[in-house]
Design a protein around this ligand. Structure first.
Ligand code: SF4
Length: 476
């Protein structure tokens, strides 16, 4: 699997992913683990739907008054001794973080898991500017060693096997005895812990994301399972939070609604092992905490979404449920999308971040089965938003010529009832004639679809003819 953007056409990336045996084995986890675990967690919380509706309404309200909530949030951060910086785009956010690091003479930076920092490629930027940036979430650490990007927003190294991790550790952790046994997950974990502990202690700056920014208190909230977020935000002299503005929620109680939804939707956990809240720098009498606390509020195209239908996507809490349940994601994994956010939410967000021209395939990489919307805890109408992009793609003439003519031809036929009826009768007759044993193994003009599944041959008559006969009382 490609670790970096390959620039290969999307179809080629898909074919490579489907042919990758290791990846296919790893992707089995979605069907057997995440989907079942989420379903069990939802079943065990009778008020799940109620919390979901409340969270949706709360987010809609916050986004409708986001200017007021940003103001209120900043006021509280400043009152607690912190600083808020506004970054209109990725470049501005990277510069802001680098400037803070340089001001403190930082040589080593530890990073908690943060999709916002992935979105602005912060780690690579700091490294390019002479600052060692260490990922401390185990999954992120593994892919950093491999020079890869996350393939999932919650489980970034889901595509990597245990044996591959052992190989990477043997290659990179040169100070450990080469003959050590790394066959057990426990030994891999112990070794990563030893390596990362040194980094935590050496770090000058800690960078985390935020699952929520709380306007009522000026706090940032993160949920983790490894405790790395706490060490990242409390041990170094400086803590920088990087998060997009839609992470703001009005109150601590609202943040708790998100905390109840997120882990259940992500991997079926009732709650993550750690739920940590930071409010400003260390105060007098505090046993630990940073001396400086900064928040970089990222826009990166989001304010342009507020007045459009895409505003609904800003409710996203990055739980990953939509990709866990997406048949396309389950088949090809995250890297084939070549986007920071893969799966259904990525198909909606990537054109907004990177432009539709370079990502037009992604909204088309969907069966529109609707599973993503049905499991999304924030009730984001993902298929509707992908359809918006498809319409936009067509009206901006980005659709390939053959496909455009195909759609035009179809539109012309579908608008003429007589022509439509004739076309369907012809298709049904020919289909019945050429489909072997009731199935097509290869569909003419749609081979890439039928290469992976059989298509049932039509059984007799069109729906309209049957309906007409039924209405006239004739036996079908
Ligand atoms: S779109 Fe919904 S399901 Fe997908 S990551 Fe966001 S909140 Fe989760």
């Amino acid at each position: 699997m490609s670790a970096h953007p390959s620039q290969a056409p999307f179809n080629d990336r898909v074919k490579a992913a489907l042919a990758n045996v290791t990846l296919q084995r790893a992707l089995e986890k979605f069907k057997t683990n995440f989907m079942v675990l989420r379903a069990n967690a939802v079943r065990d919380l009778p008020e799940f739907e109620e919390i979901r509706s409340h969270a949706r309404a709360m987010k809609d309200h916050t986004l409708a008054h986001i200017d007021l909530y940003i103001e209120a949030y900043e006021k509280k951060v400043v009152e607690s001794g912190g600083h808020v910086h506004y970054a209109p785009d990725a470049a501005a956010a990277r510069e802001l973080v680098l400037e803070i690091c340089r001001r403190h003479g930082a040589r080593t930076v530890t990073k908690g898991k943060s999709m916002a920092s992935e979105e602005i490629a912060l780690g690579a930027y700091l490294q390019a500017n002479g600052i060692e940036a260490i990922e401390t979430d185990l999954g992120e650490y593994i892919i950093q060693l491999r020079g890869e990007t996350p393939s999932h927003i919650v489980a970034p190294s889901i595509h990597v096997t245990k044996d591959q991790v052992a190989e990477d550790f043997l290659r990179v952790h040169q100070s450990f005895p080469p003959e050590r046994d790394l066959t057990e997950p426990r030994s891999l974990l112990a070794e990563a812990r030893l390596v990362l502990r040194e980094k935590f202690l050496a770090a000058d700056v800690g960078i985390t994301g935020a699952n929520c920014l709380i306007a009522e208190t000026g706090s940032s909230l993160i949920v983790t399972n490894e405790g790395n977020g706490d060490l990242t935000q409390t041990l170094p002299r400086v803590h920088i939070v990087i998060a997009s503005f839609e992470k703001i929620v009005p109150t601590l109680n609202d943040a708790m609604q998100i905390v109840r939804l997120l882990p259940r939707s992500a991997n079926g956990q009732d709650t993550t092992v750690y739920t940590s809240i930071s409010t400003g720098p260390r105060q007098q009498g505090d046993p630990d905490g940073p001396q400086e606390y900064h928040v970089v509020l990222l826009d990166n195209g989001r304010s342009g979404m507020l007045a459009t239908d895409f505003r609904e996507a800003l409710r996203c809490i990055r739980c990953g449920a939509c990709m866990n349940h997406c048949p396309v994601y389950q088949a090809i994994g995250g890297h084939a999308y070549e986007a920071v956010y893969p799966g259904p939410i990525g198909a909606v967000m990537t054109p907004l971040i990177a432009g539709l021209e370079s990502s037009r395939d992604l909204p088309n990489a969907s069966t529109f089965c609707g599973r993503c919307e049905s499991v999304c805890p924030m009730q984001i109408p993902l298929p509707k938003l992908m359809r918006h992009w498809r319409t936009e793609e067509f009206s901006r003439h980005l659709t390939p010529v053959r496909q455009r003519w195909g759609i035009k031809l179809w539109a012309a036929v579908a608008r003429q009832p007589l022509l439509y009826r004739l076309a369907t009768v012809l298709a049904i007759r020919l289909g019945g004639l050429f489909g072997r044993k009731g199935r097509f193994q290869r569909l003419p003009l749609a081979a890439s679809w039928s290469d992976w599944r059989d298509f049932p041959a039509p059984e007799g008559d069109t729906f309209q003819s049957r309906w007409a006969r039924r209405q006239s009382g004739t036996k079908p």
